[in-house]
Structure formats: C-alpha cells, structure tokens
Design a protein around this ligand. Structure first.
Ligand code: FMN
Length: 186
C-alpha cells in the first residue's frame, strides 16, 4: 500500500482522486506492467483506469496520468508518442509520470539507461514528466511477428522474461506522493 493510504486518497473536497494509467504494448508485457501499476493505485484508494493509448483517451478527465510504452528500435510505440503529442495541453497542466519497458533495461547500465533516456526525447518535446521509470520487459521470439523475429535475430537478442512485478509495484507505491495526489506529496 502507498504511504498515503486509502484515507488520504480523497482530495480536499473528499472526492476520490483519479489516475489514467495508459500504455502502448505490442505483445502484452507493457499492458501487464500497467495493470500492476493501476492495481497498486487502486489498493491505495485511488480510481485508476488502465487503458491502451489511443485516440479516444481524454487525460483531462483525470487528476494525474501515468503513461508507458514498450521500446521498439529505441523508441516508444507510435500510439504512445501520438497520445503525448495530441494531448500535450491537458497533460502539460496535470502531474504526469512515465515508464518505458525494454529488453535492454534488464541491466540498468549507463548505456541501457542512456538508450532509455534517448527514447524519452520524443515525448519531452511535449511534456515534462515528474518521473521516468525504466523496467525490464519480456521477449518471446516464438510469439512475435516474422518481421520482429528477424530483427531480434539480426540484433542477436535471445528470448527471456525479465519483467519484475516487485520493482514495478514499488515504483507505483511512490506515485501518489510523486503526483501530488496525497497531502505531503509534491
Ligand atoms: C523487434 C523488436 C525490437 C525491440 N527493440 C527494443 C529496443 O530498442 N530497446 C529495448 O530495450 N527493447 C527492445 N525490444 C524489447 C521489447 O521492448 C520488450 O520485449 C518489451 O517487453 C515488449 O513489450 P510488449 O510486450 O508490451 O510489446 C524489442 C523487441 C522487438 C521484438
């Protein structure tokens, strides 16, 4: 549970505070990670909608947003980049945290973190997130498209599941304070 706890999740006017957790995922691991984040927020007493990034999303209806994408060829997926660009005005007015999911992030070395930071350059044109997390993902060469399998093979990337629910949930528990959703937060 968040340090803020369920009792702290209402705003000053007693309304339950709401968070949009949205994600871009090709093969499901980023969707699963977003689900863990939303789950922690709900456990802390917030309304948390967990939805795929798409044209029908309206972040302005929420008190805060958490936006995540898998990394492909060093970039966030197009639908997440487009969401940030399209909704930059409401997102610019609300607290936002972002997360990236990638195979390279299984080891948080300087080059892998630099690659993760570079992927954020597209979105930092439009928004200034309060925090950016980097989570290791999952690669299953048997389950990807032939084109993606060819890229994995060319890049010499073997399969593996490096998703770490504890790491993700620990970050999610910092979000209420980070996003200013509880007293004592920013
Ligand atoms: C074709 C392809 C390209 C990828 N490119 C990157 C990359 O540039 N950096 C990275 O860290 N991971 C990369 N990955 C790994 C994915 O980001 C990782 O598997 C992630 O968990 C996939 O998320 P998803 O299941 O939500 O689509 C790539 C995977 C594939 C199949």
């Amino acid at each position: 549970m968040s340090g803020g706890g369920v009792a702290a999740a209402g705003g000053q006017e007693g309304r339950m505070r709401s968070v949009l957790v949205c994600y871009a995922s090709r093969y499901g691991s980023t969707r699963e990670i977003a689900g863990w984040i939303a789950d922690e927020l709900r456990g802390a007493g917030f309304i948390a909608d967990c939805l795929p990034a798409g044209k029908e999303l309206h972040p302005a209806a929420y008190d805060a947003a958490v936006i995540g994408s898998a990394l492909y060829m060093g970039k966030w997926l197009a639908e997440a980049r487009e969401l940030v660009s399209r909704e930059r005005i409401p997102l610019g007015r609300m607290p936002v945290a972002v997360f990236s999911v990638g195979y390279s992030l299984k080891e948080l070395t300087r080059p892998s973190l630099q690659a993760g930071e570079a992927a954020l350059s597209d979105i930092s044109l439009f928004i200034a997130p309060r925090d950016a997390a980097f989570f290791p993902g999952k690669v299953d060469p048997e389950r990807v498209s032939p084109a993606d399998r060819a890229i994995l093979s060319l890049a010499g990337i073997p399969g593996g599941d490096f998703c770490d629910a504890d790491l993700v949930r620990a970050w999610a528990r910092t979000l209420p304070a980070l996003l200013g959703l509880i007293q004592g937060g920013e």
